[in-house]
Write a protein that binds this ligand. Structure first.
Ligand SMILES: Cc1cc2nc3c(=O)[nH]c(=O)nc-3n(C[C@H](O)[C@H](O)[C@H](O)COP(=O)(O)O)c2cc1C
Ligand code: SF4
Length: 506
């Protein structure tokens, strides 16, 4: 039975059991009990706060503690930049934008500007007007016949199964209302992905949504899904930053009947996707497969997502792309700091290149081999704030993805139980008693607000830099502290391909 219901029921039973006290000298107990019961019922029925809805009465302690959290943190525990994987400053950043509350900061920065790694942008003495409307970035190379104009900030792949029904639905409605796209993740397309938001249909090594009953790639099933009007792009997942070289994992606890049906697998068992693709072999096979997917999708943009590991392999792929002209329409680069629903800890901690190094490398390679103008770069890996977007675009990306930023906008409190099916906010669980707390009508608005406010803030940074076209963003515009007496521009830290061309990172 649901915890929330049990708590409310217990309070009611207690109230009834003590009814006799009305005639006893202890009648005054009612002065305490009645308001508590009323609060429990109210919490259980309201739709705005998932924690209160799922944990009536006791849920208030979270809000109480949260409200005095900054003081507790300041006096006793952590500073603003503590808290992993997403620190408190960034979590607060998302919550405030999602709720349209307190979007300005008092008294000055809490960051340590002398800390190694601190990054900042160079503003102009002559700021310009805010770009309006927000620019769209065209995705679609020479083989694409249905290019897509994307927002600079979009929802990264998180599958149905790793996220709950209402979470997927709220993300999709948020994307629809905010004009950005929603990557399905590798679990196939569920009915909750079809609320009218633009989709990037992802297939991974399990080919969910595009597989035969035996688990091989099915061109027919793929085409059925790829031709849906909501699907604007296709993403082939080679690897993911949190577990590169390891296939996706769906814990048994989250593989319910509905999830298993959409994926075409047996329910209630752990589903491990293989680490490698079976639909093609090697670099040339990959490029031909991308081409095949584009043909099956009637010319929609097709790209692949990867976390960079062995760099020679990627350079060899670039050589092949330049020689054959077989290019994807985009490459999504996921940093090793990327998130996941479930991953082996060694893969999360010690496999793959972080975003800064992989993004500079990918951008440089595409430039070096003369194919950057055909391929857009999408970047993911803790891109949460407007400055994160600014820096990522300066380093070499064309647009960005966010997974955990969007989860925070949905109400995620970073309880880190995504793999256990006990997510207290209903974001990453299929338990009805918990998903009930995530009310789509409230949460899609937060997703839309977070996206809108963050993009607006990004455009303010662009204006402060005196930039009138996003193409002017490059590595000369941002700096990083490397030591107590040393700051360097990004184009000095990451010269283009080490070949002396420094400015055109994009
Ligand atoms: C709960 C969860 C589920 C994810 N599922 C997928 C997936 O199905 N396919 C995929 O390519 N990446 C998946 N990712 C990775 C994200 O798409 C993204 O690349 C990564 O988390 C980096 O973005 P972030 O730092 O904004 O979270 C998932 C991430 C999370 C947090
Ligand atoms: S609240 Fe915790 S369990 Fe739920 S999605 Fe966020 S991190 Fe995962």
């Amino acid at each position: 039975m649901r915890t929330r219901f049990l708590q409310t029921a217990a309070l009611l039973i207690l109230t009834v059991a003590l009814a006799g006290l009305v005639w006893s000298p202890a009648w005054w107990i009612y002065l305490f009990l009645v308001p508590i019961v009323a609060l429990g019922v109210w919490d259980s029925l309201q739709t705005r706060h998932a924690i209160r809805r799922n944990f009536p009465v006791v849920g208030h302690f979270r809000y109480l503690l949260e409200s005095i959290g900054p003081e507790l943190h300041q006096y006793f525990i952590e500073n603003a930049t503590d808290g992993t994987p997403i620190d408190r400053t960034k979590r607060t950043y998302v919550y405030s934008r999602a709720k349209l509350e307190h979007q300005v900061h008092p008294f000055g920065t809490e960051l340590d500007l002398t800390e190694v790694g601190y990054a900042f942008m160079a503003h102009s003495m002559f700021p310009v007007a805010h770009l309006h409307p927000p620019p769209r970035i065209r995705i679609g190379g020479p083989h694409c016949t249905q290019p897509y104009d994307a927002s600079v900030f979009n929802i990264a792949g998180m599958s149905f199964g790793s996220l709950s029904k209402p979470a997927i639905e709220a993300l999709n409605v948020g994307a629809r209302e905010g004009g950005f796209f929603h990557c399905t993740g590798e679990g196939g397309i569920s009915p909750w992905h079809l609320m009218g938001g633009d989709l990037c249909f992802q297939i991974g090594t399990g080919y969910f949504g595009a597989r035969t009953p035996e688990g091989a790639f099915s061109p027919e099933r793929f085409r059925e899904n790829a031709l849906r009007p909501e699907v604007k792009m296709i993403e082939l997942k080679l690897s993911q930053g949190a577990k590169p070289g390891h296939g996706g994992i769906l814990p048994a606890a989250k593989n319910n009947l509905e999830v298993s049906k959409i994926r075409g697998v047996s329910p209630n068992i752990r589903i491990d996707s293989p680490p490698h693709h079976t639909a093609y072999e090697g670099a040339e096979g990959l490029l031909r497969f991308v081409h095949q997917l584009r043909e099956l999708a009637d010319g929609k943009p097709v790209g692949f997502k990867l976390c960079i590991g062995e760099r020679r392999e990627f350079e060899a792929l670039c050589v092949l792309m330049a020689e054959t002209g077989l290019t994807p329409d985009f490459i999504a680069v996921d940093g090793a700091e990327g998130g996941t629903g479930a991953a082996p800890i060694d893969f999360s901690n010690h496999v793959g290149l972080p975003l800064e190094e992989s993004l500079t490398f990918v951008a440089d390679m595409l430039h070096k081999h003369g194919i950057k103008d055909r391929i857009r770069i999408i970047a993911a890996g803790k891109v949460i704030t407007a400055f994160d977007i600014y820096r990522t675009l300066c380093i070499g990306a064309d647009i960005c993805y966010s997974a955990r930023g969007m989860m925070l906008a949905l109400g995620c409190i970073q309880a880190l139980e995504c793999h256990r099916n006990t997510c207290p906010t209903g974001v990453a669980t299929d338990k009805p008693g918990l998903t009930r707390g995530l009310v789509v009508a409230d949460k899609w608005v937060r997703v839309r607000n977070y996206h809108h406010e963050t993009v607006e803030d990004f455009l303010e940074l662009v204006a402060a830099a005196g930039i009138t076209d996003l193409d002017q963003l490059d590595r000369t515009r941002i700096w990083k502290r490397l030591g107590p007496d040393e700051i360097r521009r990004y184009d000095e830290i990451h010269p283009m391909g080490g070949n002396g061309i420094s400015a055109p990172a994009r």
